[in-house]
Design a protein around this ligand. Structure first.
Ligand code: BG6
Length: 511
């Protein structure tokens, strides 16, 4: 097979630059715009991936001039950009940035926006292509898309297109997610809706599919005959920071598990898709979600899910307060900052293989990984002395992105001593360039019309169907409520989470 006939290469890596469009950011004065979106757009420009005539319109309520907005964006990009800002490039990049002041509910603001976008098309050649980025609270999705429709901005102009990117949280349970989906579907067809899950844009998350389906050696053993269990971890040293208002109503299950970790799990567990088209990939992911074993009673939740909250402790030698003493947190808060759980995928491939999934704030280290733990070799010749002699394959999502494989090897010398060794592939060392930020990849994909790395409506809803019974148990009648456990900040999580695995004869990997 020639390399050009390799669908993985074509689908995942070799793509023409998208055509220029106008990116309209709703909520343009918010944190996400400054920390992630503008730096991502700048870095795409710096890497030559962004068509130079791309236009960026910041849509927000506050009064300000184009110049003030541009200056704010420059400060943000200089602070948060992955690459150092080059003055020459910035000077041309900034020409494409403008500001549009309007309330989200002011019809006239949308009428003016429509005129403005036409004008940009004429001046910059953006061809009636519009990418609306909703970096706003979900409660505002409806009022925005409704008005986009009213002013005919929900369709491209002159052969262009209109697409919408929506940020999480995408609902707080199934009914609210369905309501949001219905609101958006009233304006945009599903093919134009890009629900962002930034974990899917992380370089190593994309590599899960390549690892599995571009190498012949893994797929034959990627099943319950060879795999003992899988551990998926995303930990952070950070606490709730200044986000208590949001986090108190969210908690780790909604904030991290329902989206990011379950997405990583579907990529790990899915069947090979028939092609790399967005729907082919997402069809397979949805099948995994449907196969997640539901927990139908508080007792099942108690048996499979540990919720924890950080108590006072120390992170890298520095004392930090308990979650309940953090700013704007209810002193009796029952919000979980940690979840450790056992999930089963009830299908032929994964029958009997637990997926242990955990995420927490104020853990000893920040990082995310997927560890596939293989079964032990029969202990007939070697490995008779106990100890953990199994192989594992660890996909490090961040930091230090890479993939490593642990195997047993003979220690040099006369005696037959066996030790585990690691084969390690590191992105930085192998490719000699840092990975782009997740938002860079995702924005570029949305511009190019590739929704593979975005969550489809049914994916989001199926994930809620799995998560909702857990939330119901936690917030249900007090007598049945699974307990909230506590862990000192800087520890790897509650001891109850260790007991969860110990009951299966296993243990969590060290964080
Ligand atoms: C966000 C969560 O989606 O992901 C945050 O809301 C979390 O609570 C963040 O800190 C983690 O993402 P990253 O890319 O910083 O690991």
């Amino acid at each position: 097979m020639s390399s050009s006939a390799n669908p993985l290469r074509e689908g995942l890596t070799m793509r023409p630059q998208p055509k220029p469009c106008t990116v309209v950011i709703f909520g343009a004065t918010g944190d996400l715009t400054m920390r992630k979106l503008l730096p991502a757009l700048y870095n795409l420009a710096a890497d030559g991936d962004l068509p130079p005539s791309t236009a960026i319109v910041g849509f927000a309520r506050r009064e300000k001039t184009d110049d003030v907005f541009r200056q704010e964006m420059e400060t943000a990009v200089r602070k948060f950009s992955r690459q150092t800002v080059r003055d020459e490039l910035w000077n041309s990049f900034v020409q494409g940035i403008s500001y549009h002041q309007s309330e989200f509910t002011d019809d006239d603001g949308y009428r003016r926006l429509a005129e403005r976008l036409d004008q940009i098309d004429a001046e910059r050649g953006t061809g009636g292509r519009r990418l609306f980025y909703l970096s706003v609270a979900p409660a505002q999705f409806g009022e925005i898309v409704e008005r986009l429709k009213k002013y005919n901005l929900h369709v491209g102009k002159d052969g262009g297109w209109a697409r919408v990117i929506v940020e999480k949280p995408f609902g707080t349970n199934l009914p609210t997610a369905e309501a949001l989906n219905n609101e958006i579907a009233g304006t945009f067809p599903e093919s134009a809706v890009y629900r962002i899950d930034h974990f899917l844009g992380k370089e190593t998350a994309q590599n899960i599919m390549v690892l599995r389906f571009a190498n012949a050696i893994f797929e034959p053993i990627w099943n319950n005959r060879y795999i003992d269990h899988v551990q998926i971890t995303a930990g952070e040293t950070l606490g709730v920071e200044n986000r208590a208002g949001y986090y108190e109503t969210s908690g780790a299950l909604r904030d991290m598990i329902q989206n990011h970790l379950i997405q990583l799990m579907t990529l790990t567990a899915m069947e090979p898709p028939t092609s790399l088209h967005a729907d082919a990939v997402r069809d397979e992911k949805v099948k995994v979600l449907r196969a997640l074993r539901r927990m139908n009673s508080p007792a099942e939740v108690t048996a499979n899910v540990i919720r924890g909250q950080y108590a006072a402790g120390a992170i890298m030698g520095k004392e930090v307060p308990a979650y309940r003493n953090d700013a704007n947190v209810n002193p009796q808060s029952m919000t979980e900052t940690y979840v450790g759980m056992r999930i089963f995928v009830d299908n032929w491939r994964w029958a009997g293989v637990p997926f242990y999934v955990r995420s927490g704030k104020r853990l000893p280290k920040s990082g995310a990984e997927i560890a596939v733990q293989f079964k032990r070799a029969p202990s007939v010749l070697f490995n008779q002395g106990g100890g953990d002699s199994s192989n594992n394959l660890v996909i490090r999502i961040q930091p230090d992105e890479g993939i490593s494989m642990r195997m047993q090897a003979k220690l040099p010398g006369g005696a037959l001593r066996i030790e585990p060794v690691k084969m390690d592939f590191q992105y930085g060392a192998s490719f000699g360039r840092p990975s782009p930020e997740a938002y860079e990849r995702l924005i570029l994909d949305a511009m190019g019309g590739d929704a593979t790395l975005f969550a489809r409506r049914d994916e989001v809803e199926e994930a809620w169907k799995f998560v909702d019974p857990i939330l119901d148990a936690w917030h249900g009648p007090a007598a049945d409520q699974p307990p909230l456990t506590f862990y000192p900040a800087g520890s790897p999580g509650p001891v109850e989470a260790d007991q969860l695995l110990a009951a299966d004869g296993r243990e969590w990997r060290r964080i």
